[in-house]
Write a protein that binds this ligand. Structure first.
Ligand SMILES: Nc1nc2c(c(=O)[nH]1)N[C@H]1C(S)=C(S)[C@@H](COP(=O)(O)OP(=O)(O)OC[C@H]3O[C@@H](n4cnc5c(=O)[nH]c(N)nc54)[C@H](O)[C@@H]3O)O[C@H]1N2
Ligand SMILES: Nc1nc2c(c(=O)[nH]1)N[C@H]1C(S)=C(S)[C@@H](COP(=O)(O)OP(=O)(O)OC[C@H]3O[C@@H](n4cnc5c(=O)[nH]c(N)nc54)[C@H](O)[C@@H]3O)O[C@H]1N2
Ligand code: SF4
Ligand SMILES: [Mo]
Length: 718
C-alpha cells in the first residue's frame, strides 16, 4: 500500500454504530496530513462505502473548533452554556503537566475528604474501540475506589431480554440477510442507523423478499419498505404475543424445534391465549386483519429474518417487548435456515480479554479494599442532585456528552452547575458538557490513536491503526488514564503500559471463537472473522442446543431466572407509566413523544459541524406532528410551538407531515447550544426500563401549544 509520497492506513470507525466500518485513510507522508478517507472495499460488510456522516470525517478531524489544548476554567467564570465558537474565552490554556497535577491533586483531596466513592466516572461510547471504551480508564477508577457506572443508556433492556431468552447475545450474520425471503425491521432504522445492512436487504428484495417495518415513525427505512406498520409506541409486546397467538392457533409453529430447543412452551401458550388479534389491535392501533396477515406472512416465509434493533427497548416495558420479539424465531424454527433467525447485537461474541484490559482486581487495592458503589448513568440528574452518603463531588466525563444525551436534562444541568462539583471533561470538541468543566482535556479521534475493535452488527474483529499524529496536544484515553494513575502514585506497573501492550492483551484469549485472530493477521488483513466452527460454514446460531447459555440449556419462553427475581417469567403488555393508556399525566400531557436520533448525527456527535448540519437541516429544530393533533391546537407547518411537560419545555417549529401517527410527536437529538439552548432531553425522564435498568427515552408524554410569532426564535429551558 506504500507509494512515494502517500500511505494508506487501515483504521476502524469507532463511532457507536453497529457497522464498525473498515476505513482506509490516505496520508501525505511529507505533511503527515490525512487527505482522503474511504470505506475498505475488502471488508465484507463495509463493502467500500462509508455513511454520509463519516464520509466527511476529515472535516471533523481538522475542524477549526477542535479542542486541542488542556484548559482550566478562568477564575470567576460561572459554569454554564457558552456560545458556540467562543467557548475558549471562558478557559485558559495550561500545560498537560499542570492539568494532570491539578486533576490528580483534586481527586486525591476529594477522595480523602469525602471518600473515593464521591468520584464518579461518566463515559459511554464516544469510541467503541476496546482500548478507548474501557481499559486503562477502568483500571484507574477501580484502583481509585471511585463509584462504578452502570452503563445503561443505550441497550441494557434489550441485552437483558436476549440473555433471558438465549443466555447469550448472538444472532444472524448481516451478510445472511441476503438469503431471507422476509425481513422484519422491528424498531430498527436500518437505512438511517445501520446502513451497511441495507445492501443485503436490497439483495434479498431483488430475489423476491419483502421488507416489513414495524416502527411508529416513518423512517427512511419505512419509506422504502413494502409494508410500514406504524405501531403505537410501547405496544410491541402485545403485537408479538398476538402474532404468536395466531401462529399457534393456525398450527404454523414448528413443533419439532419447540420440542427440541425450547423451554416453557406450555406456559407461553397460556399467556398468548389472552392476546387475540382483536385485543392487540386495540392496544397497538394496528388493524386486527393486519396482525393476522403479519403473523401468517412471518410464519410461512422461509427463511424469515428479523432485525430487532434498540428502538423498542427504549420504552419503559422494552425488556418484555424485546423478549417477546426475540422468541418469534423460536416458535417458527427460523433459526434452522441460513437467512433466518434474528439479529439484535453481535457484540458479546467478541471475547476480547476484558479482564486483562480492565483489571477489576485493582478494586481490592483501592482505599475501600472493594469495588465502589454503582450508580446508574441513566439517572445522572439524580446522582448529581440527590445521591448522598457520599454525594458526588467529582465527575469525570469522557466518551460522552451527558449534558445533551442524558435524560431529564434540566436536572442534569442543575447538577453540573454546582460550584462544589469538580468536573473534568476529556473531549474532542467544546460540547455542551465541556461548558460546565473545571478542567478540559483534549482527546484524539480514531485517526490519531491505535485500537482494536469488534462490532455489534457483524462478526469481524479489526485493528485500527494510528493514521496521523495527534492534532495539537490531543491525547488518547489510554494515555490520559495511564498518566493519571502514575500521578496519583499508584505503584502498579499496569499504569505504564502502552496502547501496543493493551492491543496484545486484548487479543490474548483462549476463547475458541477468537482463535486465529492474531495481531499479525489483523495487521496484514485488516479484519478477521470470528471462528465459530473449525471449518468454514454458514453460521446457524441456535440451530442446535450447543448455542444456548440459559439455565435450561434451551431457548426460554418461560424464565425461572426472572421469576426468581420477582419478575414476570413471561412477556406481558404493560402500558408505560407515560403512555396514552396510563392515567399519569395523560390529561395534561396527552401526546407520546419520540425523542429520536438524527439521521446525520451520531447521537450528539457531529451536531456542531456545518456540513452535517446542512444534511440535517430538513428536520433540525422541528416537532413532527399528525394533522389530527395539530389541527385542534391551531397548529400548521412552520408554526412556532412549545413542547412541554413537568420536566421541561422546548421551542420548536411544527411540521405536519405524516411521519408520525395520531397521538405521537417526534423531535431529534442534537447539541443544546446549536438548538437554542436546550435539547429534547429536557422532556425525557429518569425512569428505568422493566429489565436491565435502561433509559426510557421513548416513553415520554408531552403537550404542545402554538406560541406567538415574536416568541418563535430559540428554545427556553425550564
Ligand atoms: N444516523 C445515526 N446512526 C446511528 C445513531 C445516530 O444517532 N444516528 N446512533 C447509534 C446508536 S448509539 C445506536 S444505539 C443505534 C440504534 O439504532 P436503532 O436501534 O435503529 O435506534 P433508534 O433509532 O433509537 O430506534 C429505532 C427505531 O425504533 C423506533 N421506535 C421507537 N419506539 C418504538 C416502539 O415502541 N416500537 C417500535 N416498533 N419502534 C419504536 C424509532 O422510531 C426508530 O425509528 O444506532 C446507531 N447509529
Ligand atoms: N433523547 C434521546 N437521547 C438519547 C438517545 C436517543 O435516541 N434519544 N440515544 C441514547 C443512546 S442509544 C446513546 S448510545 C447515548 C449516547 O451518548 P454518548 O455516548 O454521550 O454519545 P455522543 O453524543 O455521541 O457523545 C460522545 C462524545 O464522545 C467524544 N469522543 C469520541 N471519541 C472519543 C475518545 O476517544 N475519547 C474521548 N475522551 N472522547 C471521545 C465525542 O467527541 C462526543 O462528544 O445517547 C442516548 N441519548
Ligand atoms: S458511523 Fe457507522 S456506518 Fe458510518 S462509517 Fe462509522 S461504522 Fe460505518
Ligand atoms: Mo446507543
Amino acid at each position: 500500500m506504500q507509494s512515494m509520497s502517500r500511505k494508506v492506513v487501515h483504521a476502524v470507525c469507532s463511532h457507536d454504530c453497529p457497522d464498525s466500518c473498515g476505513v482506509l485513510v490516505t496520508v501525505e507522508e511529507l505533511t503527515g496530513r490525512a487527505t482522503k478517507i474511504q470505506g475498505d472495499p475488502s471488508h465484507p460488510v463495509t463493502q467500500g462505502f462509508l455513511c454520509g456522516k463519516v464520509a466527511k470525517y476529515l472535516d471533523r478531524v481538522y475542524s477549526p473548533d477542535r479542542l486541542l489544548h488542556p484548559m482550566r476554567r478562568k477564575a470567576g467564570v460561572a459554569k454554564g452554556p457558552l456560545p458556540q465558537g467562543q467557548e475558549s474565552q471562558a478557559f485558559e490554556r495550561i500545560r498537560w503537566e499542570e492539568a494532570l497535577d491539578t486533576v490528580a491533586a483534586r481527586l486525591a483531596a476529594i477522595s480523602r475528604e469525602h471518600g473515593p466513592e464521591s468520584i464518579l466516572p461518566y463515559s459511554y461510547a464516544g469510541t467503541i474501540g476496546q482500548l478507548g471504551y474501557g481499559s486503562m480508564d477502568r483500571r484507574f477508577f477501580y484502583r481509585l475506589g471511585a463509584s462504578q457506572l452502570d452503563r445503561t443508556i443505550c441497550s441494557t433492556a434489550g441485552e437483558a431480554a436476549m440473555l433471558s431468552v438465549y443466555g447469550v447475545k448472538l444472532g444472524m450474520e448481516p451478510q445472511d440477510f441476503r438469503h431471507a425471503r422476509l425481513i422484519l425491521a422491528w424498531g430498527a432504522n436500518i437505512h438511517g442507523n445501520n446502513i451497511h445492512l441495507w445492501p443485503f436487504v436490497e439483495e434479498a428484495r431483488r430475489n423476491g423478499a419483502r421488507l416489513i417495518v414495524i416502527d411508529p415513525y416513518q423512517t427512511r427505512t419505512a419509506k422504502a419498505a413494502d409494508w410500514h406498520i406504524a405501531i403505537r409506541p410501547g405496544t410491541d409486546t402485545a403485537l408479538a404475543l398476538a402474532m404468536m397467538h395466531v401462529i399457534v392457533a393456525e398450527g404454523l409453529h414448528n413443533a419439532d424445534y419447540i420440542a427440541a430447543h425450547t423451554h416453557g412452551f406450555a406456559q407461553l401458550q397460556q399467556r398468548i391465549a389472552g392476546y387475540s388479534p382483536a385485543y392487540a389491535a386495540e392496544v397497538t392501533g394496528i388493524a386486527a386483519e393486519d396482525i393476522l396477515r403479519l403473523a401468517r406472512e412471518y410464519a410461512t416465509a422461509s427463511p424469515a429474518a428479523i432485525r430487532l434493533n434498540y428502538g423498542i427497548q427504549r420504552g419503559e416495558n422494552g425488556g418484555a417487548a424485546a423478549r417477546a420479539v426475540a422468541m418469534l424465531p423460536c416458535l417458527t424454527g427460523a433459526w434452522l435456515q441460513q437467512g433466518g433467525g434474528l439479529q439484535f447485537s453481535t457484540s458479546s461474541a467478541f471475547a476480547f480479554n476484558k479482564n486483562a484490559l480492565q483489571m477489576p482486581e485493582l478494586m481490592q487495592a483501592s482505599p475501600l479494599g472493594r469495588g465502589g458503589r454503582t450508580l446508574n448513568m441513566s439517572q445522572l440528574g439524580m446522582a448529581l442532585t440527590q445521591v448522598d452518603d457520599p454525594p458526588v463531588k467529582a465527575l469525570f466525563v469522557y466518551n460522552s456528552n451527558p449534558a445533551a444525551v442524558a435524560p431529564n436534562q434540566n436536572e442534569v444541568l442543575r447538577g453540573m452547575r454546582r460550584d462544589d462539583l469538580f468536573l473534568v471533561v476529556h473531549e474532542q470538541f467544546f460540547t455542551d458538557t465541556a461548558d460546565y468543566a473545571d478542567i478540559l482535556l483534549p482527546a484524539t479521534t480514531f485517526l490519531e490513536h491505535t485500537d482494536v475493535q469488534g462490532a455489534y452488527g457483524h462478526y469481524y474483529a479489526q485493528l485500527s491503526q494510528q493514521a496521523i499524529a495527534p492534532l495539537g496536544e490531543a491525547r488518547s484515553n489510554v494515555w490520559l488514564f495511564g498518566q493519571l494513575g502514575q500521578k496519583m502514585g499508584f505503584p502498579e506497573v499496569c499504569f505504564r503500559e502502552t496502547e501496543d501492550d493493551l492491543v496484545n492483551q486484548a487479543l490474548d484469549t483462549s476463547h475458541p471463537w477468537m482463535q486465529g485472530i492474531t495481531r499479525e493477521r489483523l495487521e496484514k488483513e485488516g479484519h478477521a472473522h470470528l471462528r465459530f466452527a473449525a471449518e468454514e460454514k454458514p453460521l446457524l446460531a441456535f440451530s442446535d442446543n450447543s448455542w444456548f447459555q440459559t439455565p435450561s440449556g434451551r431457548a426460554e419462553f418461560y424464565s425461572e431466572t426472572l421469576a426468581a427475581q420477582g419478575k414476570d417469567p413471561l412477556p406481558a403488555h404493560v402500558p408505560a407509566t407515560e403512555s396514552r393508556n396510563s392515567s399519569l399525566n395523560a390529561k395534561s400531557f396527552p401526546l407520546e413523544m419520540l425523542a429520536r436520533k438524527a439521521d446525520n448525527y451520531m447521537n450528539s456527535t457531529f451536531a456542531n459541524l456545518p456540513g452535517h448540519q446542512r444534511m440535517e437541516a430538513a428536520t433540525a429544530g422541528q416537532l413532527e406532528m399528525h394533522s389530527s393533533d395539530a389541527g385542534p391546537r391551531g397548529i400548521q407547518t412552520g408554526d412556532a410551538v412549545e413542547v412541554f411537560n413537568a420536566r421541561g419545555r422546548l421551542r420548536l417549529r411544527a411540521t405536519v407531515n405524516g411521519s408520525v401517527p395520531a397521538g405521537v410527536v417526534a423531535s431529534r437529538l442534537s447539541w443544546n447550544k446549536v438548538s437554542g439552548g436546550a435539547g429534547v432531553n429536557v422532556l425525557t425522564s429518569e425512569r428505568l426500563t422493566d429489565l436491565g435498568g435502561g433509559a426510557t427515552f421513548y416513553s415520554t408524554l408531552v403537550e404542545v401549544r402554538k406560541v406567538a410569532r415574536n416568541k418563535a426564535a430559540g428554545v427556553a429551558a425550564e
